[in-house]
Design a protein around this ligand. Structure first.
Ligand code: URA
Length: 439
């Protein structure tokens, strides 16, 4: 294999064979193919795309580059959810214990904050003591014991993706639909799932803001999952404003706990329950959406879902007291309320600006080794479409010091627009599944 010839072929719009993809990935993981050649190939893929058989070979090669969870000892169908990333999106924190408490095992593997979006692992690590770096064997044992686990990508899972992702991050090759699909699906397929529910975000705060690009990504991932025996369904959901009120790691954990008590903000609960419906349906645990909702409401009302969260936190070394006492979560020393500067209609709450401000406050990373301040962030109660009076409280900033408060208040002033009308996206924009996806 002469790598330069393969790069030229892809650059010119040609196709690489499955054997060539396998050899390339082997060579890359073993260090025989250098980063500069892989970077050139990634850029060629960015422009030329991949044919379906090339995408299949890339996904399978990335999956085969590592180990996987082995959950065949658990008879019930296993299901996970994956979000393409947003601001205030804490649905994973609710879904793992909620769906597990309905009898469906959830082996959940999540990521860290990326760009302006938050990451489930960072949120979980806001819980004092919580460990997300379990070994695969410990994760398998935990799923067998309590029905759910929430971990990060271990070094054994899809190591080719880990290296490729780091390379894409610094070579302007993240926003390629086939590369995103292969990256996400190689990790999800390593979880030994029977079913996967995708939450593909659309709107200004999403990585792929345009609906047609989000739809193409969802359809590509559905086709990839289904072809490998994993039932795959996608909801396209709104990320043109933050989800729920809390934005920031510990604040989001607190809001997720409120949600499991049945006291979460309406938009957060609508998206969470829509995803949970799909997880129960995809696992064949219920015959229809009506039955799914009944089961989910009962799990919340009875306290079973909250109890499952307590078990999960305890099992992974966290302080279970946070479930009853949110004061046990990290608290920011300073806070200030942002008031409406004028009367009118909230026309926008820009999620990208809020996500960037969390990084400025220290709640996200500028470089990979930055240490996160889990306590900082925002509680934004204003929603697009709401009629407000001048001086009405719209949000609270939580910061480490007075300078952080000033940064947060400035960001809120930029993110929240008061106008005459609003046209927010519906929270669940579209559902896609094998029968509806044109793939
Ligand atoms: N998340 C991933 O894991 N991979 C991507 O390429 C994008 C988001």
């Amino acid at each position: 294999m002469v790598v330069a010839r393969l790069i030229e072929r892809k650059r010119d719009g040609g196709t690489l064979s499955p054997e060539e993809w396998a050899e390339l990935l082997d060579g890359y993981v073993a260090g025989r193919v250098p980063d500069y050649q892989m970077a050139a190939l990634l850029m060629a893929i960015m422009w030329r795309g991949l044919r379906p058989e090339e995408l299949a070979a890339l996904t399978d090669g990335m999956l085969a580059s590592g180990d996987r969870l082995r959950l065949d000892g658990i008879a019930a169908p296993k299901v996970d959810k994956h979000s393409t990333g947003g601001v205030g999106d804490k649905t994973s924190l609710l879904l793992a214990p909620l769906v597990a408490s309905c009898g469906v095992p959830v082996p959940m593997m999540s990521g860290r904050g990326l760009g302006h979006t938050g990451g489930t692992l960072d949120k979980l690590e806001a819980i004092p003591g919580f460990r997300t770096d379990l070994s695969l064997r410990d994760a398998e044992a935990q799923v067998a014991r309590i029905g759910c686990v929430m971990i990060g990508q271990t070094p054994e899972i899809a190591p080719a993706d880990k290296r490729l992702y780091a390379l894409r991050d610094v070579t302007g090759t993240v926003e390629s639909i086939p590369l995103i699909c292969a990256s996400i699906m190689s990790k999800k397929l390593a979880e030994d799932l029977d079913a996967l529910v995708l939450d593909v975000k659309t709107g200004s705060g999403a990585f792929l803001p345009e609906l047609d690009r989000a739809t193409e990504l969802a359809e590509t991932m559905i086709a990839t999952g289904e072809a490998r025996g994993c039932r795959t369904v996608a909801l396209l959901t709104a990320m043109d404003r933050p989800l729920g009120h809390a934005c920031g790691n510990a604040l989001e954990v607190e809001e997720a706990i409120a949600g499991l008590r049945g006291e979460g903000p309406a938009d957060l609960m609508e998206v969470t329950l829509a995803l949970a419906d799909e997880m129960l349906l995809a696992a064949r645990a219920v015959p229809d959406v009506g039955a799914a909702r009944e089961l989910l409401h009962a799990a919340i009302a009875s306290g079973r879902a909250l109890e499952r969260l307590r078990q999960l936190v305890d099992a992974q070394g966290g302080n279970p007291a946070i479930v009853d006492d949110p004061g046990a979560l990290p608290q920011a020393p300073e806070s200030a309320v942002y008031e409406a500067p004028a009367a009118g209609v909230v026309s926008r709450v820009e999620p990208r600006r809020i996500g960037q401000a969390i990084i400025e406050l220290g709640g996200g990373r500028r470089t990979t080794d930055d240490v996160i301040d889990p306590a900082v962030g925002f509680a934004i109660t204003a929603k697009p479409g709401e009629v407000v009076e001048r001086g009405q409280p719209l949000a609270t900033v939580h910061a480490r010091d007075a300078a952080g408060v000033a940064v947060g208040l400035r960001a809120l002033a930029e993110a929240i627009t008061i106008g005459e009308s609003a046209a927010p996206l519906p929270l669940v924009v579209r559902r896609l599944a094998r029968e509806t996806a044109s793939c």
